[in-house]
Write a protein that binds this ligand. Structure first.
Ligand code: FPP
Length: 257
């Protein structure tokens, strides 16, 4: 058996039915810390370790895109010290992981309001994104100062400006045109959206793009989320019947599913 086949067999994953894009709402860092009588920042630090292991397993099983909701437009309203700690952690992650990401052929990208991020985080991001820009094995896409509604407003403004300049007629605005003006224009839509910590909300994450995604909710708090639980979700995904609103006719009995 080849090393490749062996790898998928080990996890019980069918390589022909992999999700292309997995998106994760990493929730529960604060509650994890509280349970351990630690401060919230310690929860985020532990959360960064979980990020490392989920990136590793995604690369191993050949997921094309992993989007992580690392900081939302709403997160700016958190206490100043927590926002500063999260920004520092992000920069630390980018600086410390860049070589390892590059060696694994992983390209770093981001979606969201880059201009709102502190200059040092932007510099680290820009450096890491250009360093890894040609990598093709996987895309690690960080959602930073990201909000789905803000993204749609941003896209509508760009489209309206084209219409005003006569570069686009309003009748030619299609779903495709809208998708092409979102931050995610170069990425496939997410096939799986995962949220940890027991909450069952989308919280303004990839609102347009997750129209046909499969959803996975777990009570596990993000710092405790493991590669094993992730693999179980991928297997569950592979057992689901994705119809995209269509009916599937069985060749045996003519019935519709
Ligand atoms: C939500 O948990 C988590 C966040 C707002 C931040 C996520 C950040 C990390 C996992 C670490 C840094 C990220 C990277 C990519 C290195 P919460 O604080 O809302 O938890 P709670 O709901 O239990 O309070």
């Amino acid at each position: 058996m080849s090393e490749q086949t062996d790898k998928f067999k080990k996890y019980g994953i069918d390589p022909s039915r992999l999700p292309r894009h997995v998106a994760i709402i990493m929730d529960g860092n604060g509650r994890w810390a509280k349970k351990k009588f630690m401060n919230r920042v310690s929860g985020h630090e532990k959360g960064s370790e979980a990020v490392r292991s989920i990136v590793t397993i995604c690369r191993e099983i050949e997921i094309e895109v992993l989007t992580l909701y690392a900081f939302s437009t709403e997160n700016w309203a958190r206490p100043k010290a927590e926002v500063a700690a999260l920004m520092a952690l992000l920069k630390k992650f980018i600086v410390s992981e860049i070589d390892s990401l590059h060696k694994k052929g992983i390209r770093l990208e981001m979606i969201g309001q880059k201009e709102k991020l502190p200059q040092d985080v932007r510099d680290a991001l820009d450096g890491a994104m250009s360093h890894t820009a040609r990598n093709k094995q996987m895309c690690l896409n960080l959602a930073l100062s990201y909000g789905g509604r803000e993204e749609i407003v941003h896209a509508v403004r760009k489209i309206a400006s084209k219409v005003k300049k006569g570069k686009l007629s309003s009748g030619k605005i299609t779903e495709e045109v809208i998708s092409q003006h979102l931050y995610t224009r170069k990425l496939p839509d997410p096939d799986m959206v995962i949220r940890t910590s027991g909450e069952m909300r989308l919280s303004n994450f990839l609102l347009w793009q997750s129209g046909y995604a499969e959803f996975f909710f777990t009570k596990t708090l993000w710092p405790d989320f493991t590669e094993q639980e992730f693999v179980e979700m991928v297997k569950d995904y592979q057992s689901r019947d994705r119809r995209f609103g269509k009916v599937v006719c069985s060749s045996n009995d003519g019935s519709q599913q």
